[in-house]
Structures are given as structure tokens and as C-alpha cells.
Ligand binder design. Structure first.
Ligand code: MSP
Length: 511
């Protein structure tokens, strides 16, 4: 059995309903999952929810419900959204599930047996009203507030279990050095390296100040720190430790996709926990950037939170997926604006892809009774399209493998532009008028073949559109299960005589 390709999203807190940030990571992961499947790989794609911790406990209390009631209510919002957005996850994990507790206990035990967990005292600045420890930086911020606005901050000590993170500084640095692709993009690697070089203190991994969490084995006065609990989800879902065969066939993860804000947890704490437990490390952690909305930070108080349901409903799921991946290079920050969304719909989707498909198929219907005609002598300009198709497919393959989604879409749309220009230059309508049937046949065959290639390349990004195009170019044999990415790197597959069906436009222009 060949090892599965294992990809994960972060698990999302249930104290908030899903927004564009959550949708962004999940769609990005879905694209890789779909691409890997098109390459013939067996994929395990995991997403889920992070349901423990003080934040959840507090939010639930504010709402007058129990934490599990809150979780049960909000988790559905995530699960339903993923259905709407065509997310093809293989599993959905909730940290409140029994299977997860088993795994957390086991990981804890492994690390304890190794001698890397000890009971100590945690000393820190504590925000009394919010019942949580704050960092030195947060303290500095608070001290800048006018005196009467400052929350009460006490220096308190509590018993806590510690993980000997300090012992992993050199091991981590060595690991980063030997695995330069572990952290992506490159500039993020430098960030993490300087953080670790700055020195690592042992990590407090338990709390006694709240109770909504997984109890520390053998000392239920303590609950486990939410990040110890949360990160372990990646092991739970692949069967560790109870289903060893499945675990061995799945772990380590090939790719953890995360936002830049949680990179440190995934590239410092997580690998250190795994090293301590003697388990293999994930192959890659990729951190994407953050969205602002119309130039402003997205926040509930500003009321500018983008609701993925609403955008998908208004403009279409694939339009939303396309826009998120095209608008900003994956890894960088960027801005979400309605103006830019509409420009891309009208320009790239309706005029670009939509128009190419509708006019090409329209001409096949008009001139050849809806049957793809036969190609004969290829001219230089036809061969140019063939060459571009192959180059594009190869480029897109590399770009997706490098998680350069925006580049990949730019490459595909570059080719769409070439093919649209080919239509303008060839003027099939003139060929028809002049009775040059043989030449017209070749040109329309080249168009059908180009659309076939484009349709494979867009498949991971826009699965619904891709299916629609398959139904148009080959209504009798459009089984999406049989799509193979490598067929985008071939030329000459479209069969003449195939009946097409132009049908409706793929995208509507927005006025
Ligand atoms: N529960 C933790 C993750 C645990 S993983 C073992 C968590 N959850 S979260 O719900 O707060 O955030 C999840 C993801 O959403 C993060 O990757 C974060 O970067 C992403 N985003 C939240 N707001 C965002 C934007 N405005 N833009 C892009 N992504 C953002 O952290």
C-alpha cells in the first residue's frame, strides 16, 4: 500500500462563526487535495474544529450555554459551509471526540515517559477579569492605556506541568537546517529560526484556572493547554495509536497549511512534541497571509467581516474560490474588495474563460451541427497553441506543487488569453463564409482540444465549473472520476465526431 498524501487545515475555534479567513485556508487545502487526487494519489484531507480552552468556556458562559452546546451549535456552521464550498475533506475532527482524548493521553504519556514533562510553577501576568495569562507585550500595551481604563492585572503563580522545550532548541535548529523546505515561504523560515535562536523557555502545558479541556492524565485538577490538545488532532485523525496500520500509512503529514499567526505553534512546539514522543515530523508547514477588507482590518466591531456563504450565494462558489486564490500570491497579505472581485468576474471569468468556451462551442454547433470536426494539416499558428498548452500544463503543475496558486491561475489565464487571441486571428466566421471548411475544421478542433486542457488545469480550483465544461464538451462521457492531471500534458486527445452541448454561459457579467 503506498503512503497517503496527508494534508491538513488548522482546526477552527468554535467561539466564532466561519469567515473568509477560515474559508481561505480550507479552500487552499482543498485545491491541493484535489490536485493530488488528479495525480492519482490516495489523499487524506483533514479539517475540523478546536473546541476546548478558556476562550470557548468564556464565550459559552457569556451566551448562557454550556461549552459543548456552543460547540455543537457552531460546528454545524463549519460543516455546512464546507459542503457549500465543495470542500472534499476525508474526515472532520472535533477535539471533543473520544478518539481525540485517547490520542492526547497517549502523546502525553509518551512524552512523560521520555522524561520531558515535569510539574513546576507557572508565574505570569494574569488578567483577572478575562481569567487569562497575558504576555509581556500585552502588558506593555495595557500599561499604555489611561489608568482608569486598565484592567486589573496581577502577577500570579500557579502549578503547571511543563514541557522541556528548552532542550529542543538545538535539535530544532538542526532540523530546519537539514530540511530547508520544512517551512514555507522562505521568509517565514528566517522568522522561525530567529525566534528559536533567541532562546526557548520550557512551555507550560497545563492550566488549573479553567476546566474546559482534556484533563491531565493522573492529575485531573489540571487541564491540558489548548495548543497541546489542538495540535495533536493531526495524529488522532490518522489513527494514532489505536489503528497503527492506518497511522503508518498516513503519518507524517505531507502538508500543514496554516495562517501566519499560528506558524510558530506548528513549526516550534509541534515538532518538539513529536521529537519528544519519538514520532516522525511533518514534511512541510506552509503559512499564508492575512486578508484585510476594503483596506481595513477585518473585525466584528467594524462590522466588515466577509461572510463566505453570502459571497458564494451572490456570485457563485467557484467565483469565490477563484478570486481568493487569484487575488493575492499565496503566502502574502492582501485586500478583499468588491470592486476587484467584480473586475475579475467580468474580465477573467466572463470575458476570458466564459467567452472562450461559449464562442468555441457555439461555432461547433453552428458550423458542424454540434460535432467536433476533424483536424487536418496543422499550420505554424496551430502548433504554437499546442506548444503553449504543453508549456502551460507543465508550468501549472510546478506552481501548484510549490503552492503558488496565484501564479498557477495567472499561467492558465495566460493560455486562455492566447487561445482567445487565436480565435480573433483565425476568424472562423470568415473561414466559413469563404467555404474553407477544412481549415475551419482544424481551427475548431484546436479550440476544443485547448478547452479540454484548460478544463483539467482549472479542475482543482473550480471543480463545479470544470464539471460544467466537461458536460459541454463531452456530454455523453463526462465522468469526473476519470479526470487525470497528466492528460493536460498531452495533445490530441479530443475525438472528432464527439457531440458537444454549448448550453448556458458559465459566468454572468456583473453590471
Ligand atoms: N484553533 C486554532 C488553530 C489550531 S490548529 C492545531 C486557530 N483557530 S482560528 O479559528 O482562530 O483560526 C484559524 C485560521 O484562520 C488561522 O490559520 C488563521 O490564520 C486564519 N485566519 C483568521 N483570520 C484571517 C484573515 N483575516 N485572513 C486570513 N486568514 C485568517 O487559530
Amino acid at each position: 500500500m503506498s503512503k497517503k498524501y496527508y494534508i491538513t487545515t488548522p482546526i477552527y475555534y468554535v467561539n466564532d462563526v466561519p469567515h473568509i479567513g477560515h474559508a481561505y485556508t480550507t479552500i487552499a487545502a482543498d485545491i491541493m487535495a484535489r490536485y493530488q487526487r488528479l495525480k492519482g494519489n490516495d489523499v487524506f484531507f483533514l479539517t475540523g474544529t478546536d473546541e476546548h480552552g478558556q476562550k470557548i468556556e468564556n464565550t459559552a458562559a457569556e451566551n448562557g450555554e454550556t461549552p459543548i452546546e456552543l460547540a455543537d451549535r457552531v460546528v454545524v456552521r463549519f460543516q455546512e459551509l464546507w459542503k457549500v464550498l465543495n470542500i472534499s475533506n476525508s474526515d472532520f475532527i472535533r477535539t471533543t471526540e473520544a478518539r481525540h482524548k485517547t490520542t492526547v493521553n497517549e502523546l502525553y504519556k509518551q512524552i512523560l515517559d521520555k522524561g520531558d514533562i515535569y510539574l513546576g510553577e507557572y508565574e505570569g501576568w494574569y488578567n483577572v477579569r478575562e481569567e487569562s495569562f497575558i504576555t509581556e507585550t500585552q502588558l506593555e500595551e495595557i500599561n499604555k492605556l489611561p489608568e482608569d481604563k486598565r484592567p486589573r492585572i496581577d502577577k500570579i503563580k500557579e502549578q503547571s506541568y511543563f514541557f522541556k522545550l528548552s532542550e529542543y532548541q538545538d535539535k530544532l535548529l538542526e532540523f530546519y537546517k537539514e530540511n530547508p523546505d520544512f517551512i514555507s515561504p522562505k521568509n517565514r523560515l528566517n522568522e522561525v529560526v530567529s525566534f528559536v535562536e533567541g532562546g526557548l523557555r520550557d512551555l507550560s502545558i497545563s492550566r488549573t484556572t479553567f476546566s474546559w479541556g482534556i484533563p491531565v492524565p493522573d492529575n485531573p485538577e489540571h487541564v491540558l493547554y489548548v495548543w497541546f490538545d489542538a495540535l495533536t488532532n493531526y495524529l488522532t485523525a490518522c489513527g494514532y495509536p489505536e489503528n497503527i496500520a492506518e497511522y503508518e500509512n498516513t503519518w507524517p503529514a505531507d502538508l500543514h497549511l496554516v495562517g501566519k499567526d499560528i506558524l510558530r505553534f506548528h513549526t516550534v512546539y509541534w515538532p518538539a512534541f513529536l521529537m519528544a514522543a519519538g514520532l516522525p515530523l511533518p514534511k512541510k508547514v506552509f503559512a499564508h497571509g492575512w486578508w484585510t477588507v476594503e483596506g481595513e482590518k477585518m473585525s466584528k466591531s467594524l462590522g466588515n467581516v466577509v461572510d463566505p456563504y453570502q459571497v458564494a450565494e451572490q456570485y457563485g462558489v467557484d467565483v469565490f474560490r477563484y478570486f481568493l486564490m487569484r487575488e493575492i500570491p499565496f503566502g502574502q497579505d492582501g485586500d478583499y474588495s468588491n470592486g476587484s472581485l467584480i473586475n475579475r468576474i467580468n474580465g477573467e471569468l466572463a470575458n476570458g474563460l466564459g467567452n472562450l468556451v461559449s464562442r468555441s462551442l457555439g461555432m461547433i454547433e453552428k458550423y458542424f451541427d454540434g460535432k467536433i470536426p476533424e483536424a487536418s494539416d496543422f499550420l505554424e499558428i496551430d502548433k504554437e497553441i499546442e506548444k503553449n498548452a504543453l508549456l502551460t500544463a507543465e508550468k501549472v503543475e510546478k506552481e501548484i506543487e510549490n503552492i503558488e496558486y496565484s501564479k498557477a491561475l495567472t499561467s492558465i489565464w495566460g493560455f486562455i488569453g492566447d487561445v482567445n487571441k487565436y480565435v480573433d486571428d483565425m476568424q472562423p466566421w470568415t473561414l466559413s463564409k469563404n467555404g474553407e471548411t477544412e481549415r475551419l475544421s482544424t481551427v475548431l478542433w484546436v479550440l476544443a482540444e485547448s478547452i479540454r486542457v484548460i478544463n483539467i488545469l482549472i479542475n482543482p480550483f473550480m471543480p463545479e465549473t470544470s464539471e460544467l465544461i466537461s458536460e459541454k464538451i463531452n456530454p455523453e462521457n463526462n465522468d469526473s472520476e476519470t479526470v487525470n492531471f497528466n492528460d493536460s500534458k498531452k495533445w490530441g486527445i479530443v475525438k472528432h465526431g464527439t457531440t458537444i452541448n454549448k448550453g448556458e454561459n458559465l459566468f454572468n457579467r456583473i453590471q
